[in-house]
Write a protein that binds this ligand. Sequence first.
Ligand code: GLA
Ligand code: ZN
Length: 679
Amino acid sequence: MSYHKAATPKFPHILHGGDYNPEQWLNYPDVLSEDIRLMKLANINCVSLGIFAWAHLEPEKDKFSFEWLDKIIDRLYENGIHVILATPSGSRPHWLADEYPEVLRVNEGGQRALYGNRHNHCYTSPAYRERVRIINTKLAERYASHPAVILWHISNEYGGDCHCELCQQVFRDWLKSKYGSLDVLNHAWWSNFWSHTYTSWEQIHSPTGLGESAIHGLDLDWKRFVTHQTIDFMKTEISAVRSVEPSVPVTANLMGIYNYFLDYYALGKELDVVSWDSYPEWHLPNRNFEVARNESLSHDMMRSVKQRSFLLMECTPSTTNWRSISKLKKPGMHELAVMNAIAHGADSALYFQLRQSRGSAEKFHSAVISHTGTENTRVFREVAELGKKLSALSEKIYGSSTDSDVAIIFDTENKWAMDKCQGPRNAGLDYFGIIQSCYDYFWRNGINTDIVDSTYDLSKYRLVIAPMLYMFRAGIQEKLRRFVADGGILVTTAFSGVVNDTDLCFLGEATEEKLSDVTGMWVEETDSLYDGENNSMVWNGKSYWLRELCELVHPTGCEVLAEYDSDFYKGTPAMTVNRFGKGRAYHICSIADTGLYSDLFAEISAELGLEKAIDADIPDNVSASYRNGDGEKLVFLQNYADSSAEIKIRGEYTDMLTGETLRDVITLPGLSAKIVSEV
Ligand code: GLA
Ligand code: ZN
């Protein structure tokens, strides 16, 4: 596969632009024309409109005001600027909360919020759903067929939960249809524990520090329900706009891998295209490269959700205003960060925000057009220059695909379960940390990697890494078993296959439920290490530190690759491999530093002959990745150091922007990217 179906068929180009809030400037009559002049100068081809404009679209209940927006959309379009149109549910007007207090969220302590802020509606409230349906339908009737409108931006950054009575009732109904009877539920949740047996559905209440927080199955199901109910709310939003004009695709802006309050894999299934808002903490002293890796991991996850290119819906042209320190992006950093998103599958560079707001919470968040209101700023010039490059690259890059032989399983439900598991290490089970460590080798070496959850088809991969997969969701064992039997290589680590999907521990010694047939071993005990305490092992003549968890395992057929060096379990297995069917399953019985994962994956990658972005010696602080064009490999080289880097290459490449032929050495100035194609 080389190119995906266009994410934005009405305008199939790399999108450059972002959030534009003209409703804040309606009393400044010259601003619109000036903004359009500046947008054109900045090579902007697309804006996101109306995200927080409900009070201007419907100033009073059922009194709509669209003329201001008509004018803006028409003027933008006349000037070659397309529109991503938002539904405004992320923030509501005063009148709506005054008339329907049920739309305000209730916290886990049972208090209903006062009016204010945003992203805080009850997603169950029938009144909110109805008002959203009405405004979404009106917007779709008026604008869905407008040639400027290329995509729906559904709400904004869904998230959070509501504990109101309406939500409690729907939660109970959801549980009834999931479990059928209280007996089944009590068993699945192990609620006989501490005499917490449920004897009526009405006794079930969302988990809260004030009440029930000891039933782990309740906690997990509540989080699943919150995702389910948010999706249900989102579907009512989507069906309102689709029922008017089904041809306009829909997206919702997500927040990457580190926001796991919602299961984005589940949510993404309802979208035509995934988009997300990326705000990494650039220029942390000596950590830019690590930040870039972690950000790439999020990009890869966002791409993997729908297994296709995604949109970078927001990033800041320079600084955010909400971190403890609002660092500027140094010259070059913005372009580098955008190219990194594109390298990992983005088809856009969209910003928050185009014009900086004058007051309130985000007045110090940077924008393409700053408070100076001119083009005479460094940030403006950098954005304009980037826009020019993106338009030159668009034809080849837009929609090009990323094919991966490697998958790392990151499972949101597993994260939820581990966060609550109480033992073996309440001081920290670093799930994100181990995912990052496992990802590191592939990222540095330009080997495409998907980040998927347990529900995905694994059969197309050759290497599957399932770090700390504590919870085996139903069906994953069979999927992994078949994957290995068919010739795949599986890598698991300590704290794998401990519980089922309601957080009940698996019983027995070596069992298929625990995948012991595939790994050729089983775990009897797990030791927990203090912070700073280590064990170690030697593998292939090299010594590796082990931390946090050490499993004491019984081999039942596996080969022992390394043993613990110390403690009372010295000499017992620390790393194993088992041949199963046509494949192999490695198990690292502890948590290691990145070096062990990298050395293991280097050996496996060489054996499998996994494709790399480029045949080159990649120096420190440089990363490489690629997308597949039409029979052409589009390679992104990125230097995250302040000083220049030299990459020794074998073969010939063409600089996609200058057309220059590159041989032997490619020089990358500090904080810069180069996009080359293989000749
Ligand atoms: C989020 C929101 C935007 C804006 C930015 C600021 O991503 O979606 O509305 O608040 O953060 O960084
Ligand atoms: Zn509610």
